[in-house]
Design a protein around this ligand. Structure first.
Ligand SMILES: Cc1cc2nc3c(=O)[nH]c(=O)nc-3n(C[C@H](O)[C@H](O)[C@H](O)COP(=O)(O)OP(=O)(O)OC[C@H]3O[C@@H](n4cnc5c(N)ncnc54)[C@H](O)[C@@H]3O)c2cc1C
Length: 448
């Protein structure tokens, strides 16, 4: 693949920043509920509160959609994230609830698109756990069994049966969900929020969260907000305040890249007939998906741990773009001459359990952080359930399933630099062994 002319973006490859960024808060105000963070999670909480007639203020450090929500791969998952075999081992009883939440979250997003008429190129064609080796195929079969037992809607098949590129051996399709342009979706949710009665302040970073006489006080550069209740929806940035429970999540940087437009006849020759998004079954996945502009967006493969707050703005590391290009050429040999046009990345919050979670700090601050790599659908769904909890005082069963009774969290395992490097090395070793076996079958020299 050619990587000599890559545009390294500081924001997203999907959309430009909005042209109408709102002014910062200037002065003091009071409200019933203040939401901190204008990603899909925070925006959906504020939108739902406003739609249900509540007095809500949303404060966003940059502009709504500046974070992971506009930067992700646009794969609307219909199954929970994380290592499902491990999750099943440790949280077997929780699996049906997690599967139900994932599917309902995807449907919630579909409803949001319809209700607000959001043009985001949504294709309801599911996503496929795609196997690149026999070992991965075995893993996919085991995961399919787990999901099926937990009530999930999944189907196993060969690459022909699933309509995925022939370079993959087969896999499991999540029937619920699909692919979209997440930048356009997030812009659409922002538009709906700005059209609602919610008071929204962009370019307004909350620098401190304290309490005073039963109220929560949010400090910003040019004003103070006093609220009866506060929702922390700052995802990976949550560790910036003392008030955030220690070890709530680890901030992890992941990247996506996009090819140049590819001749439709060459794309058609891949056999990717159903156009489902793909995720490989490495410990750290690779994802691949088509776009309406005849490009392929792909990414992840390596996770970088953020170690200091505030999290720095970052551009992708060219060495990782090279590595993704090599992986692409292996998965799509017929397209190995194609160029990468752009690369971008974003911060996500990973929890020690790899499960999404929410909870309460004392009685007036709710946090909903860390839908891990599956927040495109889950963050807005959970956000809307939090709004309902604030109004009705009752937790929906899906919110109850991820509710933490006490904000106490173990140290995340393998999330340090060494741990992440080790997981990456195991994946590369397995790729090497599988490449060698394939080549031995074909009678050629081993490659990775
Ligand atoms: C490269 C990449 C690929 C991904 N791929 C997928 C995918 O295909 N499918 C999927 O389901 N998920 C995917 N994800 C994960 C998904 O994007 C996230 O889980 C989801 O967007 C989280 O939404 P959020 O609202 O919680 O956080 P964010 O969108 O990150 O929003 C948090 C917001 O809080 C604001 N903020 C932070 N600190 C402050 C402060 N002090 N004051 C005010 N505002 C503040 C930030 O500016 C930001 O706008 C991916 C993520 C990345 C980065």
């Amino acid at each position: 693949m050619r990587t000599d002319n890559v545009e390294y973006c500081t924001f997203s490859g999907w959309v430009d920043p909005p042209a109408d960024i709102l002014p910062a808060l200037a002065g003091d105000l009071t409200c019933d509920v203040a939401v901190i963070g204008g990603g899909l999670g925070g925006m959906s909480t504020a939108l739902r509160l406003a739609e249900r007639g509540q007095d809500v203020v949303l404060l966003e450090a940059e502009f709504c959609g500046h974070g992971a929500s506009s930067r992700n791969a646009g794969q609307v998952a219909g199954a929970p994230g994380g290592d499902l075999q491990l999750l099943n081992l440790f949280y077997r009883k929780k699996m049906p609830g997690m599967v139900r939440l994932a599917e309902r979250a995807a449907h919630y997003v579909e409803d949001l698109i319809k209700t607000h008429g959001i043009d985001c190129d949504y294709e309801q064609n599911g996503n496929v756990f795609a196997a690149v080796s026999r070992g991965q195929l075995g893993r996919v079969r085991r995961v399919a069994k787990i999901l099926h037992r937990a009530g999930g809607h999944v189907e196993l098949g060969t690459s022909e049966e699933l309509g995925i590129p022939r370079g993959f051996l087969g896999g499991m399709r999540e029937v619920v969900g699909g692919i979209m342009n997440p930048g356009k979706f997030t812009s659409g949710v922002r538009r709906a929020l700005l059209d609602s009665s919610a008071r929204v302040f962009e370019q307004t970073k909350v620098t401190d969260v304290t309490r005073d006489r039963g109220q929560v006080v949010l400090t910003t550069a040019q004003g103070v907000v006093r609220a009866i209740k506060v929702v922390l929806a700052t995802n990976a940035y949550a560790g910036e305040w003392d008030i955030t429970p220690p070890r709530l999540s680890a901030p992890i940087w992941v990247i996506e890249v996009e090819t140049e437009p590819i001749d439709p006849a060459r794309l058609a020759a891949l056999g990717w007939t159903r156009r489902s998004g793909l995720v490989t079954q490495h410990n750290i996945m690779e994802n691949y998906r088509l776009t309406p502009r005849n490009t392929i967006v792909f990414g992840v493969r390596r996770l970088e741990r953020g170690t200091t707050y505030p999290l720095p703005p970052k551009k992708p590391d060219p060495a990782l773009v090279e590595e993704l290009a090599e992986a692409f050429a292996r998965r799509f040999p017929a397209l190995s001459d194609v160029a990468i046009d752009r690369a971008w990345g974003g911060w996500i919050a990973i929890t020690s359990s790899w499960l999404p979670l929410a909870g309460q700090i004392d009685d007036n601050i709710i946090y909903s952080i860390a839908c891990n790599g599956h927040g495109l659908a889950q963050a807005p769904y959970v956000g809307s359930l939090i709004a309902d909890l604030l109004i009705d005082g009752e937790r929906h069963e899906d919110l109850a399933g991820l509710w933490m009774k006490k904000p106490k969290f173990p140290r995340p395992m393998m999330m340090g630099r060494l741990g992440l490097r080790t997981i990456w090395a195991v994946d590369r070793f397995n790729d090497f062994v599988n490449g060698s076996r394939r080549n031995a079958r074909r009678g050629s020299t081993p490659t990775t």
